[in-house]
Design a protein around this ligand. Sequence first.
Ligand code: 3HC
Length: 356
Amino acid sequence: MYGNDFGAPEEASGGGLLGEVEAAEAALREAAARQRRGAPASDDDLAGFFAEVVEADQKIEPRDWMPEAYRKTLIRQIAQHAHSEIIGMQPEGNWISRAPSLKRKAILLAKVQDEAGHGLYLYAAAETLGISRDELVDLLLNGRQKYSSIFNYPTLTWADVGAIGWLVDGAAIVNQVPLCRCSYGPYARAMIRICKEESFHQRQGYEILHTLSHGTPEQKAMAQDALDRWWYPSLAMFGPPDGESTHSTQSMAWKIKRFSNDELRQRFVDMCVQQAEILGLTIPDPDLRWNDERQAYDFTQPDYDELMRVISGDGPCNRQRMAHRRQAHADGAWVREAATAYAAKRAAENKEKVAA
Ligand code: 3HC
Protein backbone atom coordinates (compact mmCIF):
# COMPACT_ATOMS: atom_id res chain seq x y z
CA MET A 1 0.00 0.00 0.00
CA TYR A 2 1.34 3.36 -0.91
CA GLY A 3 0.90 6.68 0.82
CA ASN A 4 -0.21 7.18 4.40
CA ASP A 5 -3.95 7.64 4.11
CA PHE A 6 -4.60 5.32 7.03
CA GLY A 7 -1.80 6.38 9.31
CA ALA A 8 0.20 3.33 8.26
CA PRO A 9 3.93 3.91 8.53
CA GLU A 10 5.43 4.06 5.05
CA GLU A 11 7.77 1.18 5.74
CA ALA A 12 5.06 -1.00 7.25
CA SER A 13 2.83 -0.33 4.27
CA GLY A 14 5.37 -1.37 1.64
CA GLY A 15 5.61 2.20 0.32
CA GLY A 16 9.11 1.48 -0.94
CA LEU A 17 7.69 -0.41 -3.92
CA LEU A 18 6.52 2.68 -5.75
CA GLY A 19 9.98 4.16 -5.19
CA GLU A 20 11.39 1.05 -6.84
CA VAL A 21 9.16 1.61 -9.87
CA GLU A 22 10.43 5.18 -10.14
CA ALA A 23 14.03 3.99 -9.84
CA ALA A 24 13.39 1.37 -12.54
CA GLU A 25 11.91 4.06 -14.79
CA ALA A 26 14.99 6.26 -14.29
CA ALA A 27 17.22 3.27 -15.06
CA LEU A 28 15.28 2.63 -18.26
CA ARG A 29 15.82 6.22 -19.37
CA GLU A 30 19.51 6.05 -18.52
CA ALA A 31 19.88 2.79 -20.41
CA ALA A 32 18.21 4.39 -23.43
CA ALA A 33 20.45 7.47 -23.21
CA ARG A 34 23.66 5.46 -22.85
CA GLN A 35 25.08 4.47 -26.20
CA ARG A 36 24.46 0.77 -26.46
CA ARG A 37 27.31 -1.02 -28.20
CA GLY A 38 26.32 -0.66 -31.87
CA ALA A 39 25.66 -4.08 -33.36
CA PRO A 40 27.23 -7.51 -33.50
CA ALA A 41 30.30 -7.66 -35.73
CA SER A 42 28.99 -10.66 -37.65
CA ASP A 43 26.27 -13.26 -37.56
CA ASP A 44 28.63 -15.49 -35.56
CA ASP A 45 28.64 -12.85 -32.84
CA LEU A 46 24.85 -12.64 -32.36
CA ALA A 47 24.65 -14.78 -29.20
CA GLY A 48 27.64 -12.98 -27.69
CA PHE A 49 26.07 -9.60 -28.38
CA PHE A 50 22.77 -10.70 -26.81
CA ALA A 51 24.61 -11.94 -23.70
CA GLU A 52 26.57 -8.68 -23.41
CA VAL A 53 23.45 -6.53 -23.65
CA VAL A 54 21.74 -8.56 -20.94
CA GLU A 55 24.86 -8.56 -18.76
CA ALA A 56 25.22 -4.78 -19.07
CA ASP A 57 21.57 -4.25 -18.01
CA GLN A 58 20.79 -2.73 -21.36
CA LYS A 59 17.52 -3.68 -23.07
CA ILE A 60 16.89 -6.23 -25.77
CA GLU A 61 14.61 -4.60 -28.33
CA PRO A 62 12.29 -6.23 -30.89
CA ARG A 63 14.72 -5.65 -33.78
CA ASP A 64 17.57 -7.45 -31.95
CA TRP A 65 18.54 -11.05 -32.43
CA MET A 66 17.48 -13.17 -29.49
CA PRO A 67 17.60 -16.89 -28.71
CA GLU A 68 14.43 -18.63 -29.83
CA ALA A 69 13.88 -19.96 -26.29
CA TYR A 70 14.08 -16.39 -24.90
CA ARG A 71 11.43 -15.26 -27.39
CA LYS A 72 9.19 -18.22 -26.53
CA THR A 73 9.56 -17.71 -22.78
CA LEU A 74 8.65 -14.06 -23.13
CA ILE A 75 5.64 -14.82 -25.30
CA ARG A 76 4.44 -17.39 -22.76
CA GLN A 77 4.92 -15.14 -19.76
CA ILE A 78 3.66 -11.88 -21.30
CA ALA A 79 0.64 -13.62 -22.87
CA GLN A 80 -0.21 -15.35 -19.60
CA HIS A 81 0.08 -12.01 -17.88
CA ALA A 82 -2.17 -10.30 -20.48
CA HIS A 83 -4.78 -13.06 -20.27
CA SER A 84 -4.73 -12.73 -16.46
CA GLU A 85 -5.55 -9.05 -16.67
CA ILE A 86 -8.49 -9.73 -18.99
CA ILE A 87 -9.90 -12.75 -17.12
CA GLY A 88 -9.21 -10.86 -13.89
CA MET A 89 -11.91 -8.37 -14.85
CA GLN A 90 -14.59 -11.01 -14.20
CA PRO A 91 -14.46 -11.56 -10.43
CA GLU A 92 -14.59 -7.83 -9.72
CA GLY A 93 -16.88 -7.00 -12.63
CA ASN A 94 -19.32 -9.25 -10.79
CA TRP A 95 -19.68 -6.51 -8.14
CA ILE A 96 -19.99 -3.38 -10.31
CA SER A 97 -23.78 -3.52 -10.30
CA ARG A 98 -23.87 -4.35 -6.58
CA ALA A 99 -21.30 -1.93 -5.18
CA PRO A 100 -22.65 -0.38 -1.96
CA SER A 101 -22.63 3.24 -3.19
CA LEU A 102 -22.33 5.29 -6.36
CA LYS A 103 -18.81 6.34 -5.34
CA ARG A 104 -17.72 2.72 -4.80
CA LYS A 105 -19.27 1.78 -8.13
CA ALA A 106 -17.42 4.54 -10.01
CA ILE A 107 -14.10 3.55 -8.41
CA LEU A 108 -14.58 -0.13 -9.16
CA LEU A 109 -15.62 0.60 -12.73
CA ALA A 110 -12.45 2.64 -13.26
CA LYS A 111 -10.34 -0.12 -11.75
CA VAL A 112 -11.83 -2.85 -13.92
CA GLN A 113 -11.30 -0.65 -16.99
CA ASP A 114 -7.65 -0.23 -15.96
CA GLU A 115 -7.26 -4.02 -16.03
CA ALA A 116 -8.50 -4.07 -19.62
CA GLY A 117 -5.91 -1.41 -20.42
CA HIS A 118 -3.17 -3.51 -18.81
CA GLY A 119 -4.22 -6.45 -20.95
CA LEU A 120 -3.91 -4.27 -24.05
CA TYR A 121 -0.43 -2.93 -23.17
CA LEU A 122 0.71 -6.49 -22.58
CA TYR A 123 -0.78 -7.92 -25.78
CA ALA A 124 0.96 -5.07 -27.61
CA ALA A 125 4.28 -5.95 -25.90
CA ALA A 126 3.83 -9.63 -26.85
CA GLU A 127 3.09 -8.65 -30.47
CA THR A 128 6.58 -7.13 -30.75
CA LEU A 129 7.87 -10.72 -30.45
CA GLY A 130 6.24 -11.74 -33.73
CA ILE A 131 2.87 -13.14 -32.69
CA SER A 132 -0.48 -11.46 -33.26
CA ARG A 133 -3.09 -10.62 -30.68
CA ASP A 134 -5.60 -12.80 -32.55
CA GLU A 135 -3.27 -15.77 -32.21
CA LEU A 136 -2.77 -15.11 -28.52
CA VAL A 137 -6.50 -14.85 -27.88
CA ASP A 138 -7.02 -18.13 -29.76
CA LEU A 139 -4.35 -19.80 -27.62
CA LEU A 140 -6.21 -18.71 -24.49
CA LEU A 141 -9.62 -19.74 -25.79
CA ASN A 142 -8.27 -23.15 -26.89
CA GLY A 143 -6.76 -23.70 -23.45
CA ARG A 144 -3.17 -23.73 -24.78
CA GLN A 145 -2.11 -20.72 -22.75
CA LYS A 146 -2.78 -20.10 -19.09
CA TYR A 147 -3.93 -17.23 -16.92
CA SER A 148 -3.29 -16.67 -13.23
CA SER A 149 -4.71 -19.25 -10.84
CA ILE A 150 -6.11 -16.54 -8.59
CA PHE A 151 -8.93 -15.58 -10.92
CA ASN A 152 -10.54 -19.00 -10.55
CA TYR A 153 -11.82 -18.18 -7.06
CA PRO A 154 -15.28 -16.68 -6.53
CA THR A 155 -16.10 -13.22 -5.13
CA LEU A 156 -18.81 -14.05 -2.61
CA THR A 157 -19.17 -10.74 -0.74
CA TRP A 158 -18.33 -7.06 -1.18
CA ALA A 159 -15.35 -7.55 1.16
CA ASP A 160 -13.85 -9.82 -1.52
CA VAL A 161 -13.45 -6.74 -3.73
CA GLY A 162 -11.38 -5.22 -0.92
CA ALA A 163 -9.37 -8.42 -0.47
CA ILE A 164 -8.64 -8.62 -4.19
CA GLY A 165 -7.33 -5.07 -4.14
CA TRP A 166 -5.23 -5.48 -1.02
CA LEU A 167 -3.96 -9.03 -1.47
CA VAL A 168 -4.25 -9.93 -5.15
CA ASP A 169 -3.15 -6.57 -6.51
CA GLY A 170 -0.63 -6.41 -3.67
CA ALA A 171 0.85 -9.77 -4.66
CA ALA A 172 0.74 -8.72 -8.30
CA ILE A 173 2.74 -5.57 -7.52
CA VAL A 174 5.37 -7.41 -5.48
CA ASN A 175 5.77 -9.80 -8.41
CA GLN A 176 5.65 -7.12 -11.08
CA VAL A 177 7.84 -4.32 -9.73
CA PRO A 178 10.99 -6.37 -10.52
CA LEU A 179 9.60 -6.90 -14.04
CA CYS A 180 10.08 -3.15 -14.60
CA ARG A 181 13.77 -4.14 -14.85
CA CYS A 182 13.14 -7.06 -17.21
CA SER A 183 15.76 -7.39 -19.95
CA TYR A 184 13.16 -7.12 -22.72
CA GLY A 185 12.48 -3.42 -23.35
CA PRO A 186 8.79 -3.45 -24.38
CA TYR A 187 7.81 -5.61 -21.39
CA ALA A 188 9.82 -3.49 -18.92
CA ARG A 189 8.26 -0.28 -20.25
CA ALA A 190 4.72 -1.68 -20.10
CA MET A 191 5.32 -2.76 -16.51
CA ILE A 192 6.21 0.76 -15.33
CA ARG A 193 2.79 2.10 -16.17
CA ILE A 194 1.00 -1.03 -14.98
CA CYS A 195 2.71 -0.94 -11.59
CA LYS A 196 1.81 2.70 -11.05
CA GLU A 197 -1.83 1.94 -11.76
CA GLU A 198 -1.77 -1.22 -9.65
CA SER A 199 -0.63 0.85 -6.68
CA PHE A 200 -3.91 2.75 -6.85
CA HIS A 201 -5.78 -0.54 -7.09
CA GLN A 202 -4.13 -1.85 -3.99
CA ARG A 203 -4.96 1.27 -2.05
CA GLN A 204 -8.62 1.15 -3.04
CA GLY A 205 -8.84 -2.46 -1.85
CA TYR A 206 -7.09 -1.69 1.40
CA GLU A 207 -9.39 1.26 1.97
CA ILE A 208 -12.48 -0.91 1.47
CA LEU A 209 -11.20 -3.39 4.05
CA HIS A 210 -10.18 -0.58 6.40
CA THR A 211 -13.72 0.83 6.27
CA LEU A 212 -15.28 -2.60 6.84
CA SER A 213 -12.90 -3.63 9.61
CA HIS A 214 -13.61 -0.37 11.46
CA GLY A 215 -17.37 -0.67 10.88
CA THR A 216 -20.00 -2.83 12.54
CA PRO A 217 -19.08 -6.26 13.97
CA GLU A 218 -20.84 -7.84 10.97
CA GLN A 219 -18.76 -5.76 8.55
CA LYS A 220 -15.56 -6.66 10.37
CA ALA A 221 -16.53 -10.34 10.25
CA MET A 222 -17.11 -10.02 6.51
CA ALA A 223 -13.63 -8.50 6.07
CA GLN A 224 -12.05 -11.29 8.15
CA ASP A 225 -13.90 -13.95 6.15
CA ALA A 226 -12.56 -12.44 2.90
CA LEU A 227 -9.00 -12.45 4.28
CA ASP A 228 -9.45 -16.08 5.39
CA ARG A 229 -10.47 -17.15 1.87
CA TRP A 230 -8.02 -15.06 -0.19
CA TRP A 231 -4.82 -15.41 1.85
CA TYR A 232 -3.53 -18.77 0.62
CA PRO A 233 -4.65 -18.39 -3.02
CA SER A 234 -2.77 -15.03 -3.00
CA LEU A 235 0.39 -16.73 -1.72
CA ALA A 236 0.00 -19.35 -4.45
CA MET A 237 -0.07 -16.65 -7.15
CA PHE A 238 3.74 -16.45 -6.91
CA GLY A 239 3.94 -19.89 -8.49
CA PRO A 240 5.34 -23.24 -7.37
CA PRO A 241 8.16 -23.33 -4.81
CA ASP A 242 11.62 -22.69 -6.27
CA GLY A 243 12.53 -26.39 -6.31
CA GLU A 244 9.55 -27.08 -8.59
CA SER A 245 9.68 -23.97 -10.76
CA THR A 246 10.46 -25.06 -14.33
CA HIS A 247 11.45 -21.70 -15.75
CA SER A 248 12.98 -19.67 -12.91
CA THR A 249 16.65 -20.56 -13.35
CA GLN A 250 16.74 -19.75 -17.05
CA SER A 251 14.46 -16.72 -16.73
CA MET A 252 16.68 -15.30 -14.00
CA ALA A 253 19.81 -15.89 -16.08
CA TRP A 254 18.16 -13.93 -18.89
CA LYS A 255 17.09 -11.23 -16.38
CA ILE A 256 13.43 -11.67 -17.27
CA LYS A 257 12.76 -12.61 -13.66
CA ARG A 258 14.91 -10.86 -11.05
CA PHE A 259 13.80 -12.81 -7.98
CA SER A 260 12.61 -16.35 -7.44
CA ASN A 261 8.99 -17.27 -6.68
CA ASP A 262 9.83 -18.00 -3.02
CA GLU A 263 11.78 -14.77 -2.54
CA LEU A 264 8.83 -12.71 -3.74
CA ARG A 265 6.33 -14.74 -1.71
CA GLN A 266 8.39 -14.03 1.41
CA ARG A 267 8.53 -10.35 0.60
CA PHE A 268 4.75 -10.27 0.24
CA VAL A 269 4.15 -12.00 3.59
CA ASP A 270 6.55 -9.63 5.36
CA MET A 271 4.70 -6.67 3.87
CA CYS A 272 1.20 -7.93 4.74
CA VAL A 273 1.71 -8.71 8.42
CA GLN A 274 1.84 -5.09 9.57
CA GLN A 275 -0.87 -4.06 7.13
CA ALA A 276 -3.18 -6.71 8.65
CA GLU A 277 -2.39 -5.36 12.11
CA ILE A 278 -3.46 -1.87 11.05
CA LEU A 279 -6.69 -3.35 9.73
CA GLY A 280 -7.21 -5.23 12.99
CA LEU A 281 -7.61 -8.48 11.04
CA THR A 282 -5.91 -11.83 11.65
CA ILE A 283 -3.93 -13.60 8.96
CA PRO A 284 -5.27 -17.18 8.98
CA ASP A 285 -1.95 -18.84 9.79
CA PRO A 286 -1.31 -20.01 13.37
CA ASP A 287 2.36 -20.61 12.52
CA LEU A 288 3.03 -17.08 11.30
CA ARG A 289 5.80 -15.64 13.44
CA TRP A 290 8.85 -13.40 13.21
CA ASN A 291 12.13 -15.23 12.75
CA ASP A 292 14.87 -13.08 14.19
CA GLU A 293 17.63 -15.07 12.56
CA ARG A 294 16.19 -14.76 9.07
CA GLN A 295 14.81 -11.25 9.70
CA ALA A 296 11.60 -12.42 8.05
CA TYR A 297 8.32 -14.10 8.99
CA ASP A 298 7.99 -17.86 9.06
CA PHE A 299 4.68 -18.85 7.52
CA THR A 300 2.66 -21.83 6.31
CA GLN A 301 3.08 -22.47 2.60
CA PRO A 302 -0.02 -22.58 0.40
CA ASP A 303 -1.30 -25.94 -0.83
CA TYR A 304 0.71 -26.42 -4.03
CA ASP A 305 -1.35 -29.46 -5.05
CA GLU A 306 -4.36 -27.17 -5.07
CA LEU A 307 -2.39 -24.65 -7.16
CA MET A 308 -1.58 -27.33 -9.74
CA ARG A 309 -5.22 -28.46 -9.84
CA VAL A 310 -6.38 -24.88 -10.40
CA ILE A 311 -3.72 -24.24 -13.07
CA SER A 312 -4.73 -27.39 -14.90
CA GLY A 313 -8.36 -26.28 -15.11
CA ASP A 314 -9.97 -27.74 -12.01
CA GLY A 315 -10.42 -24.71 -9.75
CA PRO A 316 -13.74 -23.49 -8.36
CA CYS A 317 -14.48 -21.15 -11.29
CA ASN A 318 -12.25 -22.22 -14.23
CA ARG A 319 -15.11 -23.43 -16.40
CA GLN A 320 -17.27 -20.39 -15.66
CA ARG A 321 -14.41 -17.96 -16.40
CA MET A 322 -13.57 -19.54 -19.74
CA ALA A 323 -17.22 -19.90 -20.78
CA HIS A 324 -17.77 -16.23 -20.04
CA ARG A 325 -14.63 -15.19 -21.98
CA ARG A 326 -15.63 -17.30 -25.00
CA GLN A 327 -19.12 -15.78 -24.97
CA ALA A 328 -17.73 -12.23 -24.67
CA HIS A 329 -15.35 -12.95 -27.57
CA ALA A 330 -18.20 -14.25 -29.74
CA ASP A 331 -20.41 -11.28 -28.78
CA GLY A 332 -17.61 -8.89 -29.78
CA ALA A 333 -17.15 -10.36 -33.28
CA TRP A 334 -19.19 -7.58 -34.91
CA VAL A 335 -17.02 -4.92 -33.25
CA ARG A 336 -13.85 -6.52 -34.62
CA GLU A 337 -15.40 -6.80 -38.09
CA ALA A 338 -16.52 -3.16 -38.03
CA ALA A 339 -13.08 -1.97 -36.83
CA THR A 340 -11.35 -4.01 -39.56
CA ALA A 341 -13.67 -2.63 -42.26
CA TYR A 342 -13.13 0.93 -41.01
CA ALA A 343 -9.34 0.49 -40.97
CA ALA A 344 -9.42 -0.89 -44.53
CA LYS A 345 -11.54 2.07 -45.68
CA ARG A 346 -9.15 4.56 -44.08
CA ALA A 347 -6.14 2.80 -45.60
CA ALA A 348 -7.74 2.95 -49.07
CA GLU A 349 -8.54 6.66 -48.62
CA ASN A 350 -4.97 7.38 -47.57
CA LYS A 351 -3.63 5.48 -50.57
CA GLU A 352 -5.83 7.55 -52.87
CA LYS A 353 -4.64 10.78 -51.22
CA VAL A 354 -1.00 9.78 -51.66
CA ALA A 355 -1.61 8.85 -55.30
CA ALA A 356 -3.46 12.14 -56.05
N1 3HC B 1 -1.19 -19.29 -12.18
C1 3HC B 1 -1.14 -19.98 -13.34
N2 3HC B 1 -0.02 -20.58 -13.79
C2 3HC B 1 1.08 -20.48 -13.04
C3 3HC B 1 1.11 -19.78 -11.82
C4 3HC B 1 -0.10 -19.17 -11.39
N3 3HC B 1 -0.18 -18.49 -10.25
N4 3HC B 1 2.36 -19.84 -11.31
C5 3HC B 1 3.09 -20.58 -12.16
N5 3HC B 1 2.32 -20.97 -13.19
C6 3HC B 1 2.69 -21.85 -14.29
C7 3HC B 1 3.80 -21.24 -15.16
O1 3HC B 1 3.25 -20.44 -16.19
C8 3HC B 1 4.47 -22.48 -15.70
O2 3HC B 1 3.65 -23.00 -16.73
P1 3HC B 1 4.22 -23.96 -17.93
O3 3HC B 1 4.72 -25.18 -17.24
O4 3HC B 1 3.04 -24.22 -18.79
O5 3HC B 1 5.28 -23.26 -18.64
C9 3HC B 1 4.40 -23.44 -14.52
O6 3HC B 1 3.31 -23.00 -13.72
C10 3HC B 1 5.67 -23.51 -13.70
O7 3HC B 1 5.91 -22.25 -13.01
P2 3HC B 1 7.29 -21.42 -13.11
O8 3HC B 1 7.58 -20.88 -11.77
O9 3HC B 1 8.34 -22.24 -13.76
O10 3HC B 1 6.84 -20.27 -14.12
P3 3HC B 1 7.40 -18.80 -14.30
O11 3HC B 1 8.88 -18.77 -14.23
O12 3HC B 1 6.74 -18.23 -15.51
O13 3HC B 1 6.86 -18.00 -12.99
C11 3HC B 1 5.16 -16.36 -12.59
C12 3HC B 1 5.47 -17.85 -12.78
C13 3HC B 1 5.84 -15.89 -11.32
C14 3HC B 1 3.63 -16.19 -12.46
C15 3HC B 1 5.72 -15.57 -13.80
O14 3HC B 1 5.23 -16.11 -15.00
C16 3HC B 1 5.39 -14.10 -13.79
O15 3HC B 1 5.98 -13.35 -13.04
N6 3HC B 1 4.45 -13.66 -14.66
C17 3HC B 1 4.11 -12.27 -14.85
C18 3HC B 1 3.10 -11.79 -13.89
C19 3HC B 1 1.75 -12.43 -14.06
O16 3HC B 1 1.43 -13.09 -15.02
N7 3HC B 1 0.88 -12.24 -13.07
C20 3HC B 1 -0.44 -12.80 -13.12
C21 3HC B 1 -1.32 -12.03 -12.27
S1 3HC B 1 -1.75 -10.53 -13.09
C22 3HC B 1 -2.76 -9.85 -12.05
O17 3HC B 1 -2.83 -10.32 -10.98
C23 3HC B 1 -3.56 -8.73 -12.57
C24 3HC B 1 -3.78 -7.71 -11.54
O18 3HC B 1 -4.51 -6.69 -12.09
C25 3HC B 1 -4.47 -8.21 -10.36
